[in-house]
Design a protein around this ligand. Structure first.
Ligand code: TRP
Length: 477
């Protein structure tokens, strides 16, 4: 048996760790995805389910994932191998790591495409394209962007290259600096936009849409989407928080950090939702218009408000930065696996991965134009299918396995060393971890099995994991 392979990097302080974790969590998921899936799934009831998932599944998984990372001290695959060995468990646990590595690459392939839209909007805003633009023109402008695959590929390429460049520089120099001014900046501009949204006359309607629950609009599939999103937005279930945790030294409190991460992440999503739906209702737009929602609403606000050009440009710059601090965290688990297990150095690993992700991203680019009518899983386009498999199946599956490991497999002494809670709180935490979070994931999965295509997608993921394992079992881990 080879000796333990461990992460050598570490964060320079607790605050840096929290900032990097928040930088990973806060991204397109909060600003772009949360509003549009809320619009598609009917508002209030969906938001309530999402919030319940964050609290009862997301937070326990987040705590568990960071704890697994700090205890396993390596990338998700090697980390699980280390943990399995130390806790006398089966080597099959490395499957959890494979699931994450694969999901990370697949999510990144569409993440860079959407971040590309934000990049395009940043430059267009800078050059005054949105000055005095009307609501109809904003819609047409977005449709025009989507209809042009070459333009989308250009921006997608741009984002992929920037991501590869930052990741090549390593966790510390690459990550720490950008994040320090990005988060406060994003919060500031969201508050400015919140101020604007109270002047639209539709703020109350937006508030009602988000917070008054009408359960008749809820289907089991929207519950699956809400649960998947809780994972997506907190960056959990994949191994990002595991790698970040592996760089965390022993004296820092994982529980406290997790509370901060979950709080900041949820606050940004709700703020973005309030702002965007105020604009939707004030301009008679469709709440359920899909992935373009952010891009079809905010330019209207910027064209109407004082200093709109300045705030618009700043806003899209911050969205781009929020997206980059998340995209690097999607690739980090894989890069550290390449580095620690295959001896492929950071720069080379980032380049190889960047190329693969860039190529797969074409599928997402084409989903919005040439391949619009080609369906992959059920009625879903390539992008929608990829989103279903990764966000709604692979992430909850990964999170489920993490809760099982921490609750049932990890030695209690090690668990208590990582997760410092008073006796009573530990009892409550363990109860949730054993009986609530994993059961909830399975119930939501099971209730979606009736949709035949989702059942087949789940089987597909299981098969893929097995194939991955069989291919790797002969290698030393
Ligand atoms: N949480 C990020 C967002 O909301 C996306 C992300 C980054 C992510 N790293 C992740 C999602 C790891 C799942 C797992 O935009």
């Amino acid at each position: 048996m080879s000796q333990l392979k461990l992460s050598k990097d570490s964060w320079s302080s607790q605050t840096v760790f929290i900032m990097a974790a928040i930088g990973s969590a806060v991204g397109l998921g909060n600003i772009w995805k949360f509003p549009y899936i809320t619009g598609e799934n009917g508002g209030g009831a969906f938001v309530l389910v999402y919030l319940a998932c964050v609290l009862l599944i997301g937070l326990p998984v987040l705590i568990s994932e960071i704890a697994l990372g700090r205890s396993g001290k390596a990338n998700p695959i090697q980390g699980m191998a280390n943990l399995a060995r130390e806790n006398g468990a089966s080597k099959l646990w490395v499957l959890l790591g494979f699931n994450g590595v694969l999901a990370g690459a697949l999510i990144l392939s569409f993440y860079t495409v959407i971040a590309g839209w934000a990049f395009a909007y940043f430059f267009q805003s800078l050059f005054g394209v949105f000055d005095r633009i009307t609501a109809t023109e904003v819609g047409a402008h977005f449709d025009h962007l989507l209809a042009n695959p070459y333009e989308l590929i250009f921006w997608h390429t741009f984002v992929t290259v920037v991501t590869v460049l930052i990741v090549s520089r390593g966790v510390k120099s690459g990550l720490e600096k950008a994040i320090n001014f990005m988060m406060p900046g994003l919060l500031f501009i969201l508050l400015v936009l919140l101020g604007y949204s109270t002047t639209t006359g539709s703020f109350g309607q937006s508030f009602d849409f988000l917070f008054s629950a009408d359960f008749s609009k809820l289907t089991w599939e929207s519950v699956l989407v809400a649960m998947g999103h809780a994972f997506f937005t907190l960056s959990i279930g994949l191994g990002t928080m595991m790698v970040y945790g592996s760089y965390l030294s022993q004296e820092y409190s994982i529980v406290k950090a997790s509370l901060w991460i979950a709080f900041a992440d949820t606050a940004v999503a709700l703020l973005a939702g309030l702002v965007i739906f105020s604009i939707v209702f004030a301009n008679g737009l469709e709440a359920s218009s899909g992935p373009g929602l952010l891009f079809q609403t905010l330019p209207i606000a910027f064209s109407q408000m004082t200093a709109g050009w300045f705030f618009g440009t700043l806003f899209f710059a911050l969205v781009v930065m929020a997206a980059l601090s998340s995209s690097i965290s999607l690739i980090e688990p894989i890069v550290s696996w390449f580095d620690q297990n295959w001896g492929i150095k950071r720069v080379k690993a980032a380049c190889i991965l960047g190329f693969i992700i860039w190529f797969v991203g074409f599928g997402t680019v084409l989903s919005f134009n040439e391949w619009q009518d080609i369906h992959f899983i059920g009625e879903r386009t390539f992008f929608e299918s990829l989103d279903l498999i990764t966000t709604n199946i692979m992430l909850p599956l990964g999170g489920f396995l993490m809760t099982i490991f921490v609750a049932w497999v990890m030695r209690s002494k090690e668990r208590e060393k990582q997760i410092e809670l008073s006796t009573n709180k530990m009892k409550l935490f363990l109860f949730v971890l054993k009986w609530i979070s994993p059961v909830a994931v399975m119930v939501v999965f099971a209730s979606n099995l009736v949709a035949g295509e989702i059942a087949i997608a789940m089987l597909g993921v299981a098969f893929l994991m097995y194939a991955f394992y069989a291919w790797n079992v002969s290698r030393k881990i």
